[in-house]
Each structure stands twice: as C-alpha cells, then as structure tokens.
Design a binder for this molecule. Structure first.
Ligand SMILES: Nc1nc2c(ncn2[C@@H]2O[C@H](COP(=O)(O)OP(=O)(O)OP(=O)(O)O)[C@@H](O)[C@H]2O)c(=O)[nH]1
Ligand SMILES: C=C(OP(=O)(O)O)C(=O)O
Length: 215
C-alpha cells in the first residue's frame, strides 16, 4: 500500500469560463454541468488514491467549491484573474513547506486512482529533488507536475507545457497511464475518455445527452 504522502493541487476555473473548447460538445447538457462533472470525477479519483493525503482545489467558483468540498477536498480561494500557473503556486503555498506537492489538471474524467498512485510512486522520494511531470496523451501538454518536499512546484502549464516543464529542469515520467494522460479539451477528447471509461458524473451527462438527442 502506498504511503499517503502527497498533497495534490487541482485548479478549477470559474465554470462559465472553463473548458471553452468543449462548449456544445454535449448539446443537451448545460456547459457548466459538463465542466463541473469533469472536475468532480477528477477530484473523486484523486481522493481515492492511497498515495494522497489531501486534495487542494483552487477555485473562485462557489458551486464547484461547494460540491468539491462536500466530496472531501479542501478549497483554497483563487487569486482572481491571475491564471492557471498562479493558481497552482497559490495552492502549493497553502500545502505548506514540508508537503510533497503535485499539481494536476481538473479535466481528467477517466482518471483511475491506481494510475495516479503509480505515477506518484514513480517520483523518487530522495535527492536530488528534481521535479517530474506526466505529459498528456498528445504529448505537448502536461497533466501532472510533482515536486519533492521542499522543492518549489514552479508550474509552467499552458500551451506547450511539456517542453516548458522539461526546459525548466523537470523530468518526464514514462509510465503507461492512459487514464491519467487523457485530458479532455475537445469533443474528440471526450469521446476518447469515454472509450477508456468515464467517472460517474461525466458518464451520467453523456447518457443524458444521448437520451435527449433527436432520433
Ligand atoms: N483556478 C484556476 N484554474 C484554471 C485557470 N485556468 C485554467 N484552469 C484549470 O486548469 C485546468 C487545465 O486548463 P485548460 O485545459 O486550459 O482549461 P480551460 O482554460 O478551462 O479550457 P479552455 O477554455 O478550453 O482553454 C482546467 O482544469 C481548468 O479548470 C485559472 O485561471 N484558475
Ligand atoms: C494547461 C494545459 O492543458 P491543455 O492542453 O489542456 O490546455 C497544459 O497542458 O499545460
């Protein structure tokens, strides 16, 4: 059994603005419901990992905050309009200096706790204190960035973040973790996540959308 040593920071954008490239992917489902379901399934999987001691959700969205707190996450208010990397830094600061901190995107609705546990277990505990990251399935982005205790997270998420993390000295983790690498930015990504197996909140919305579709 893995030691519960990781604090995982999960930033969630205000739902009306979140996941804009997914808008309309499920025509019968309000967009905010979909953005919230992706985050809820992600957080649920993180909370289920035995490697995780705490999940810090960084958000200014009151609805997401209420639901994710009820699920078991600690909510950290966002730094308004400062962006994704500021949200990661803010969450990492709230985790405290002695925690092993990992940042994870909130758009992983197929995430299996065992794959997250395996990725975190692949991060060496001891020196030299190098940060590690997991690239997304296409390879250009990042889904997970992990720092050993005492090492700043120094997040560089955004377009081309896998290369940016490597350029900043972080090393890639090479495991075969399809559900961890499957972030959902577009309708095609959502279909790919569905093929892996979605968490319950997102699966229910997909079913509702299919049921409402015209014959
Ligand atoms: N707290 C917080 N989270 C953010 C912010 N920007 C992005 N995120 C979250 O970071 C994760 C990865 O970001 P993206 O995949 O670019 O998500 P997005 O900005 O919601 O999506 P697009 O509008 O399609 O670019 C998502 O889970 C977002 O909820 C931000 O400014 N603050
Ligand atoms: C923010 C990122 O994700 P996306 O490609 O999902 O926008 C990233 O990969 O760093």
């Amino acid at each position: 059994m893995a030691e519960p040593t990781w604090t995982v920071v999960v930033p969630v954008k205000r739902l009306p603005a979140a996941k804009s490239r997914l808008r309309g992917a499920l025509p019968a489902v309000p967009h905010e419901e979909l953005a919230l379901a992706l985050a809820a399934d992600t957080v649920r999987a993180v909370l289920a990992s035995p490697a995780v001691v705490e999940v810090l959700v960084v958000t200014d969205d009151t609805r997401a905050a209420a639901e994710l707190a009820a699920a078991g996450a600690r909510i950290v208010p966002d730094t308004p309009d400062a962006g994704l990397n500021a949200a990661f830094r803010h969450g990492a600061a709230a985790a405290g200096r002695h925690a092993r901190v990992a940042g994870l995107t909130a758009d992983l609705p197929a995430l299996r706790p065992a794959e997250l546990t395996a990725a975190l277990a692949a991060v060496p505990a001891g020196p030299p204190g190098v940060r590690r990251f997991v690239a997304d399935a296409p390879g250009g982005g990042t889904v997970l960035l992990a720092a050993p205790a005492g090492v700043p997270l120094e997040p560089r998420f955004g377009v081309g973040s896998a290369a940016a993390h490597a350029a900043s000295g972080a090393l890639p983790l090479a495991g075969d973790w399809p559900s961890l690498r499957r972030d959902v930015d577009t309708a095609d990504d959502l279909a790919a996540a569905a093929r892996l197996g979605l968490g319950p909140r997102t699966a229910a919305l997909l079913g509702a959308d299919a049921a409402a579709a015209p014959a």
